[in-house]
Design a binder for this molecule. Structure first.
Ligand code: ADP
Length: 235
């Protein structure tokens, strides 16, 4: 059976409605909110600050530590609080997707902590979290090469689609989910995961769609930062 029309009537290469804000957690050094449809992530950054226990310190550079979690009420069935294998994995891939964009060499022996909370989950939460986290890092004044933009692509039935929602991920014929993160200025891919199966042609098409989504996210992120800080040089 072919997937002729998306459940929410979007075009196959159309992301969900998105929203971005910075500076939402006043006590944090930097913070942001990113929303993709019904998926909402907030990120709060603390640091650079001295890292303890001190044997973890690196005298050459600061380190980045991301912590991803979903609130109990973020999904319909209450999610058990606390870390899980899934949250540990997502925290790790989030850290790795953000690392190429930041430079902590000027902050030896320190840590930058990034806390990501998913307030509402409707698929694509790791991507939404990465989008919020990169804005929060910029808001905290961390030296960065570029922002990191992330969006999920994949296959639902026989169609390549951009930004799957939960209903699509749960499609009866199965869905393939490919979270992608990029630094738009250099087009460097900093995250690429694959849950499902895809052939070469469809993957190329999916990555084209991902780039389209990334460009839209980038604009939203920059607009939100400009709203707080005014113009950004070297656009
Ligand atoms: P991502 O959110 O990055 O797409 P997954 O593919 O692991 O990551 O999860 C897909 C979706 O499944 C989540 O966005 C969320 O809507 C739902 N989900 C994940 N974990 C749980 C859970 N413990 N309880 C209920 N729903 C969950």
């Amino acid at each position: 059976m072919s997937y002729t029309k998306r459940f929410d009537s979007r075009k196959f290469d159309e992301p969900r409605e998105m929203e971005a804000k910075v500076g939402i957690v006043k006590r944090a050094d930097g913070s942001a909110m990113f929303r993709m449809g019904k998926t909402i992530a907030i990120a709060a950054v603390y640091g650079p600050r001295q890292l303890y226990p001190s044997f973890l310190q690196n005298p050459e550079t600061g380190i980045l530590r991301c912590n991803y979690d979903m609130l109990s009420f973020s999904v319909t069935d209450r999610k058990r609080p606390g870390p899980s294998r899934r949250s540990v994995e997502i925290s790790l891939v989030t850290t790795n997707s953000l690392l190429p964009a930041i430079d902590l060499s000027g902050f030896p022996n320190t840590v930058v902590d990034v806390f990501i909370q998913i307030i509402q989950a409707d698929a694509g939460t790791r991507c939404c979290g990465i989008c919020a986290a990169s804005m929060a890092l910029a808001d905290a004044g961390i030296p960065m090469k570029d922002l990191v933009c992330a969006i999920s692509v994949g296959k639902v039935g026989d169609k390549v689609v951009l930004d799957l929602n939960k209903e699509e991920e749960d499609h009866q014929e199965g869905a393939t989910d490919i979270p992608v993160a990029m630094m738009p200025r250099s087009n460097e891919v900093t995250l690429l995961q694959l849950d499902g199966e895809v052939n070469k042609e469809d993957l190329i098409q999916a990555l084209r769609y991902a780039k389209k989504g990334v460009d839209q996210i980038y604009k939203l992120q920059k607009d939100a930062l400009k709203k707080k800080y005014g113009g950004i040089k070297n656009e």
